[in-house]
Structure formats: structure tokens, C-alpha cells
Design a binder for this molecule. Structure first.
Ligand code: TYC
Length: 114
């Protein structure tokens, strides 16, 4: 069905004719892709400077923004570090996990549908 019904009340007129329904289908249906939050989790071992570095490098934050988000994760246990398409979110999570793995830090990053 190529067009969205713009007003539910007008759609299903009891006993209405089909062409009357067709006449109000004027707005094209558009699909917005779902967005995903990328979340960073706190732990007791990953150095603060490493988390700040990761946030600057992979999430295009200034140093000040990266410190702020890192401290939020440190204090609250978790924080959203960005919102992306499914593909970009998956890539960001993989990149964070790979940087942490290489340095043997237990830093955890995950994604969740918005
Ligand atoms: N809690 C860590 C520490 O005190 C710092 C830290 C912050 C670790 C954020 C992970 O996602 C994190 N060294």
C-alpha cells in the first residue's frame, strides 16, 4: 500500500465506497529507520584516561565532553554515548570492544533500540 491514511476517522466509513477511501490516501508513507543507543558501562579497572581517549576517538567528542560522559558512567554505572543507525551502532560497539581488548581493559559497551 503506497500511501498512508492521514486520518483514522476518515478511513473506514461504514458502508462507504472504496473510491471515497482512495481519495484521502494522499500522504506518501515514509519509513524512518530505527535508531540505537550506544551505552558505555562502568567497571572498577578501566583507567579513566582510556575511557576519555575512546570517547574522543570514536564518538567525536571534545576532551571536556569526553571527561563529562566518562564521569557520568563512573558515577551512575551507565550512560548513552551516542545514537546511531543499527549498522553504525554495531560498528561503534565493536570498535570500543576491540580497543579495550587490545589494552586488556574490561570496558563494556553495548547497544539498545531507542
Ligand atoms: N570506574 C573506572 C575507574 O575508576 C573508570 C571508568 C569510567 C571505567 C567509565 C569504565 O565506562 C567506564 N578507573
Amino acid at each position: 500500500m503506497p500511501f498512508a491514511v492521514t486520518d483514522e476517522r476518515l478511513n473506514d466509513t461504514p458502508g462507504g465506497r472504496d473510491d471515497a477511501d482512495l481519495a484521502i490516501r494522499t500522504k506518501p508513507k515514509t519509513q524512518r529507520p530505527p535508531l540505537y543507543k550506544v551505552l558505555l558501562l562502568n567497571d572498577d579497572f578501566t583507567p579513566m584516561e582510556f575511557v576519555v581517549h575512546v570517547l574522543e576517538r570514536l564518538f567525536t567528542m571534545t576532551h571536556a565532553q569526553a571527561i563529562e560522559i566518562m564521569l557520568t558512567v563512573h558515577r551512575k554505572g551507565i550512560a548513552v554515548v551516542g545514537v546511531f543507525s543499527h549498522e553504525v551502532a554495531e560498528t561503534k560497539v565493536a570498535q570500543v570492544m576491540e580497543l579495550a581488548r587490545r589494552q586488556q581493559h574490561p570496558l563494556q559497551c553495548t547497544m539498545e533500540k531507542e
